[in-house]
Design a protein around this ligand. Sequence first.
Ligand SMILES: Nc1ncnc2c1ncn2[C@@H]1O[C@H](COP(=O)(O)OP(=O)(O)O)[C@@H](O)[C@H]1O
Ligand SMILES: [Mg+2]
Length: 381
Amino acid sequence: MAEPVTAGSEDLVLAGLTKKYGDFAAVDALDLTVPSGSFFALLGPSGCGKTTTLRMVAGLEVPTAGTVTLAGEDITRLKPYRRPVNTVFQSYALFPHLTIRDNVAFGPRRKGVSKREAAAEVNRMLDLVELGEYAGRKPAQLSGGQQQRVALARALINHPQVLLLDEPLGALDLKLRRQMQLELKRIQIDVGLTFIHVTHDQEEAMTMADTVAVMNQGRIEQMGAPEELYDLPRTTFVANFLGRSNLVAGSVTGTAGEEVSVQLDGGTVTAPVERAATAEGKVWVGVRPEKVHLKPAGDPAGGRGNELRDAVVSDVSFAGVSTEYVVRLPSGQELMVFEQNHTSQRRLHSGDRVDLTWAPEHTFLLDAAQDASAGTQFDDE
Ligand SMILES: Nc1ncnc2c1ncn2[C@@H]1O[C@H](COP(=O)(O)OP(=O)(O)O)[C@@H](O)[C@H]1O
Ligand SMILES: [Mg+2]
């Protein structure tokens, strides 16, 4: 859980931060507190305003409105080089003619530190990113992942309070990406600085960050620990962009004690009242695909509270550890169901008649005024 914000803390605070290009707000009155020392992910689809936000924090872009405050100091108008902030970009932007050692020494050298004086710190940084033995090489003699680590060392040697990483792993292939995700996380824990990691990859954000802020159209939709966001999305965009969700149209019929009852096509389900973003009128009933279980139609065994009857399996795909089913409700709506492949389990086939069950505590309710397909159009990114 994030610590509560206290006055005079070391946090980075963005308040009402706005960047307009003509009439278009690339960043739209954004409010965000990044806890000091955290690995913070800013997650959102391409074009949602992530880079523009980072550039305003770095001082490379002047906000149209709002403030950037770091450790209690308003830095909104401070020149970039006066800010205790460094950026690592997707393109490593190393100096090709300089050795790795001299690339890393660049910041201290520019501040007038001699090569000799800088040497110990350069070595320390190269050890941190595990490139000590490559100090004498040129960038072109390193792999993409190694070059990215040099870029990281070159930023960290300046001892910024905040390190900004703009899609730093975007140019790497999948395997190297996974490796570098672990590396980056280790380095962040080692140095204990605030890392703001921008990515459009939800898996990357969830595996690396302590806190994830989901951004959409220039605003923060929801922020929290990865598990919290996944477990209880508060908007349809978050429900679809972070993992996958089934959203079924329903109408609230009442609240009894701690439970909200919802009528939908094919049955009545309940959800805990604290999992209802709205508990009146029309809602989207949400449940993650792996929380739903299938049983042969009419089989009374193994119900888990919420139940939808008389569905038909319309597609089955075997994915090794799990099987992914598409199941059609009587209304025609199709839901995703992911079942773990336990040996004891009987496989279902296309055309089988099934009932769906899931526990009320895995149900969430969202405002039906929101577009149920928000956040789904980015699956191929
Ligand atoms: N200099 C600019 N002039 C006009 N529009 C811009 C400019 N920079 C960015 N934008 C627009 O602002 C939006 C957000 O861009 P950006 O912050 O780069 O998004 P992201 O990094 O999330 O992909 C995009 O629609 C982009 O086209
Ligand atoms: Mg960008």
